[in-house]
Design a protein around this ligand. Structure first.
Ligand SMILES: [Zn+2]
Ligand SMILES: [Zn+2]
Length: 179
C-alpha cells in the first residue's frame, strides 16, 4: 500500500474550507487477513476534506473490482467492493499533544501533510465480506481428495458407495426435499 499524502496548506488552511479529491489509486492488490484481493484496475476514490477549525475531517468512498479465490473452491472470483472512508487529522503537531492524546489522534506533520491511504485501506477491508463465493451454492472441494465438487462427485464418493459393509451407507441415500 503506497502512501497518499495530502497537504492541509494552503487550500485547507481556513476553517470551513473544503477540498474534494477524486481519482484512482494504482494499488494492484490489498489484503484482508490471509485473503489477497487483486485489483488490476486500481482503487477508485472520492473523498471530501473539511477543515473544522481544530482538524481535518475526511469522508467519502473507495471502491474496486477485486479478484480473489472463492472461499470454498479456490476458483478465481470477482467481487465489487465499496467502502465508506472516514478519518480525522488534528491540525496540531503530535509533539504538542499530551501522551494519551498522541495515542488517540492522528495529526498532520510539521508541514501540514497527512496520509489518507490507511483510511482508504481500512474502508476496503471493512467492506470485504469474510466469505466470498464464486456462486451462492458453490459445492467446494472434497476434503479428502481436493476435487472440485462443482464438476460432479469425486472418486471418494464413488468408493464410498461400493462400501456396502458401512452401517452408515444407508444414510447417504436419504434425500431432503426442503433443501
Ligand atoms: Zn466456488
Ligand atoms: Zn474426493
Amino acid at each position: 500500500m503506497d502512501e497518499f499524502i495530502v497537504a492541509a496548506y494552503p487550500q485547507l488552511s481556513e476553517p470551513a474550507s473544503t477540498k474534494v479529491l477524486e481519482g484512482t489509486l494504482a494499488w494492484g492488490y490489498f489484503a484482508v487477513g490471509a485473503m489477497r484481493l487483486d485489483t488490476p484496475n486500481g482503487i477508485a476514490y472520492r473523498v471530501e476534506l473539511t477543515n473544522t477549525g481544530e482538524g481535518i475531517v475526511l469522508s467519502g468512498t473507495a471502491s474496486c473490482t477485486a479478484t480473489t479465490e472463492c472461499t470454498r473452491c479456490l476458483k478465481p472470483t470477482n467481487i465489487d467492493i465499496e467502502g465508506q472512508v472516514e478519518g480525522y487529522f488534528l491540525l496540531q503537531p503530535a509533539e504538542e499533544l499530551e501522551g494519551y492524546e498522541r495515542d488517540e489522534f492522528e495529526c498532520v506533520d510539521a508541514d501540514g501533510n497527512f496520509d489518507i491511504a490507511p483510511a482508504i485501506h481500512a474502508a476496503l477491508v471493512y467492506a470485504t465480506p469474510y466469505v466470498i463465493l464464486c456462486k451462492d451454492d458453490c459445492a467446494g472441494l472434497c476434503p479428502k481428495c481436493g476435487a472440485d465438487l462443482n464438476e460432479g462427485p469425486c472418486e471418494c464418493d464413488l468408493a464410498d458407495e461400493d462400501d456396502s459393509d458401512n452401517p452408515f451407507a444407508v444414510l447417504k441415500n436419504l434425500k431432503f426435499d426442503n433443501e
